[in-house]
Design a protein around this ligand. Structure first.
Ligand SMILES: [Ca+2]
Length: 275
């Protein structure tokens, strides 16, 4: 349990990590490796085993994916954590966010109204997450092709079975359905999608077009707001309910990110935004 907690904490640091009830034993059908030597062999095995689930055009995109050693290096190096006091974490990550959040709330009021009406999720929850994950889309950091990062991590032995293999199946599905071409789109090194940093399995459930023109959680605030709200609804959010620690909705927040300091930060920051 200790190592499992550690990896979740470490991963969470990459940015937000959203976990869906997407557990599968599929990965047992494939081998894994801790270096790139057998990546092409693994890709062939993947296509043989799972290729029938996807269109030929999606499989051609998968064919072009390369083993990304930068991603593995970052995964190995990612030993920082959410440890330390909540107060210092909150100050570092949430300081000054509420003021900007309130101006974003005014600016995108119509989408927040729509999200609240359709999914029952209060604006301040979406704003807290949007601010923490990407400073409302201003922070991008170093970018990596999403399908490539996800495939590399799914092939790597450390977390392939527990986490990234299901993410690869979901990333392929997201691409296959035309929701977003994850062979072209880029994100943080662990394959996160858009301004609230969805993992693929979460995005598959949550993606919604809130402002026309297709789903674009990379650029469109309306789609970021709608999709994030939809994720909360899909994970059991009670319409307009209390979300402080101990409440039902707080347990939904706990599904968004496994790190305690992060969960508490979302609840406290949301309250501060709503004040
Ligand atoms: Ca849109």
């Amino acid at each position: 349990m200790k190592s499992s907690k550690k990896l979740l904490t470490a991963l969470a640091l990459a940015s937000c990590v959203t976990f869906s009830p997407f557990v599968t034993n599929d990965a047992w059908a494939l081998f894994c490796s801790n270096n790139g030597g057998r990546f092409n062999e693994w890709k062939s095995a993947f296509k043989k085993e799972y290729g029938s689930r996807y269109k030929k055009s999606t499989l051609r995109k998968f064919d072009r994916v390369k083993y990304d050693s930068r991603v593995i290096a970052l995964d190995r190096r990612n030993n920082r954590s959410f440890k330390g006091s909540f107060a210092s974490f909150y100050k570092r990550r949430a300081g000054g966010v509420a003021r900007i959040a309130r101006s974003k709330k005014r600016k995108y009021q119509k989408y927040f109204n729509k999200a609240q009406k359709r999914y029952g999720v209060q604006p301040e929850i979406i704003l807290a997450i949007w601010g923490l994950e990407s400073a409302f889309g201003r922070y991008r950091g170093k970018q990596f092709p999403i399908l490539q990062s996800t495939a590399t991590l799914a092939y790597d032995c450390r977390r392939s079975k527990s986490l990234f293999f299901p993410q690869l199946l979901a990333a392929m599905k997201v691409t296959d359905r035309g929701i977003a071409d994850l062979s072209k789109r880029t994100g943080a090194w662990a394959g996160e999608i858009g301004q609230t940093q969805f993992l693929s399995s979460s995005f598959l459930v949550a993606a919604v077009d809130f402002d026309g023109g297709g789903v674009n959680v990379f650029k469109s605030p309306g789609d970021v707001i709608g999709s994030t709200a939809k994720w909360f609804k899909a994970n059991g959010w009670k319409r307009g309910g209390n979300y402080q620690p101990g409440s039902h909705n707080y347990r939904v927040i706990q599904r968004w990110n496994k790190a305690t300091n992060y969960q508490k930060t979302i609840a406290k920051l949301a309250k501060e935004i709503a004040r």
